[in-house]
Design a protein around this ligand. Structure first.
Ligand SMILES: *Cc1c(COP(=O)(O)O)cnc(C)c1O
Length: 431
């Protein structure tokens, strides 16, 4: 590893540290797990990004998922600028909210009404309140290894032993809140059956990332998700798919459409705002009727449905809705991943890229299908070394081995070819 030029980024980070905790406004950006400080980004165009030192990278972080069309997409740009010219925000309805809602709901068989908010966390927080308000029950079932934003009751990990009551995983979350959440391992039907049998009368909902992609890519057996659906239906528990990553990523109807499993509540974020802050939650009309001002579950937002953000979402989802969009994304991603995997296999490296749709994850565990959080090897040295070798070769991936990578519509076959070569070389130098 020779190391890239970082003088300007380092100086900016020193200043940032005087302003922000850890120098950042979201912790994973701090490069803690790969060492050194973060690269300060200056510009993005298509699948390329440039940092403040003039380094150029092919970007596989894509803002952690929202940029399914890549950076500076001309249609997104045009829509955003045009909306901005008409005023940034009114605190009153605009036609753009109707347009984005219609784009989503007209194709989505799982939800009939939607409410826009401003982040994935806010969507989850609001939808959990709705689940409780609708069912009149208070506890929530979550699965270890799924991330649902920094909602108090979701910052919870499994308790010790057989206890399913969670313990808080962040300071500042009272144990009383954590105790409202039950935590189970993913992909374990037996544990699920027992937990639901014992807690059906208190469980408002079961929340899951149907394609868990925040802690490795933990592809679940369909039988597990089907069983979860059935158990929820039988016991009057709402099935809550958190599709903040998978929504509009593995298909226009997200993981629900991809897997053919109908949830009761869905949350969106990331892609739905095309790089601007948007989240959303949706459900059947009968459930959504409980949200204020129709119903008693209060939820509001000064900037909810913001016209500039809606304009970005409309531009992105219009492209995603075109025939062949997702097939093309998947095909490109598979070609890229297969090539790197073939190289690793050929050389006998303990490395495998796991993929679904246009998402990939770098597994150093040598197991093709890791399905539970506790199966991930916590030693991230391999990831760290690969990350640095990739930077040297003009490839930027998210600076954490637990996070997934994304391929956008702007990743051309030529750039993917270049990137695949960089991955193979980087693997050669770390193994
Ligand atoms: C990113 C993410 C969130 C949180 O969204 P923010 O916009 O970061 O608040 C919630 N759930 C899932 C599944 C996510 O991937």
């Amino acid at each position: 590893m020779k190391g890239i030029k970082k003088d300007n980024s380092e100086a900016l980070f020193e200043t940032a540290k005087t302003y922000f905790p850890g120098g950042v406004n979201s912790p994973v950006r701090a490069f803690k797990s790969v060492g050194g400080g973060p690269l300060f980004m200056k510009k993005g165009d298509g699948c390329m990004i440039w940092d403040e030192d003039g380094n150029e990278f092919i970007d596989f972080c894509c803002s952690w998922g929202p940029l399914i069309l890549g950076h500076n997409n001309p249609k997104v740009y045009e829509n955003v600028v045009s909306a901005l010219g008409n005023g940034a925000s009114f605190g009153a309805p605009t036609v753009l909210e109707n347009e984005l809602a219609s784009l989503i709901l007209s194709k989505n068989p799982f939800i009939e009404k939607i409410r826009f908010v401003s982040s994935g966390t806010e969507a989850v927080m609001s939808a959990l309140r709705l689940a409780r308000g609708y069912t009149g029950k208070t506890k929530v079932l979550k699965f270890e290894g799924c991330y649902h934003g920094h909602v108090d009751s979701m910052l919870v990990k499994a308790g010790s032993g057989l206890a399913t009551f969670g313990t808080s995983s962040s300071a500042g979350v009272p144990e009383e809140y954590a105790n409202e959440t039950l935590v189970l391992p993913l992909n374990n039907i037996e544990a699920l059956r027992i937990c639901i049998r014992e807690n059906k009368d208190v469980l408002a909902c079961a929340i899951i990332e149907p394609i868990p992609a925040n802690n490795g890519l933990l592809l679940q057996d369909k039988s597990f998700l089907t069983e979860l659906r059935e158990l929820c239906t039988e016991n009057n528990i709402l099935l809550f798919f958190d599709e903040v990553i998978s929504g509009f990523r593995v298909g226009f109807n997200g993981a629900a459409g991809y897997l053919g499993i109908a949830p009761d509540i869905i949350t969106y974020g990331k892609i739905i705002g095309g790089g601007l802050p948007v989240g959303a939650y949706g459900a059947r009309a009968e459930i959504m009727a409980h949200v204020s001002p129709d119903g008693p579950v209060y939820q509001a937002g000064t900037l909810s449905g913001n016209p500039v953000a809606m304009a970005a979402g409309i531009a992105v989802l219009t492209e995603c809705a075109k025939p062949g969009f997702y097939e093309n994304q998947k095909e490109k991603t598979e070609t890229f991943v297969n090539r790197i995997n073939a190289h690793a296999k050929n050389k006998g490296y303990n490395f495998e890229m796991i993929t679904v749709g246009s998402i990939f994850w770098l597994s150093f565990d040598g197991k093709k299908r890791i399905q539970r959080a506790d199966q991930i090897d916590g030693n991230m040295d391999g990831f760290k070394n690969l990350f640095l070798e990739l930077l040297d070769r003009g490839v930027y991936i998210g600076p954490s081995g637990y996070e997934v990578g994304f391929i956008s519509a702007a990743h051309t076959p030529e750039k993917l070819d270049t990137a695949a070569r960089a991955f193979c070389e980087a693997l050669d130098s770390i193994f």
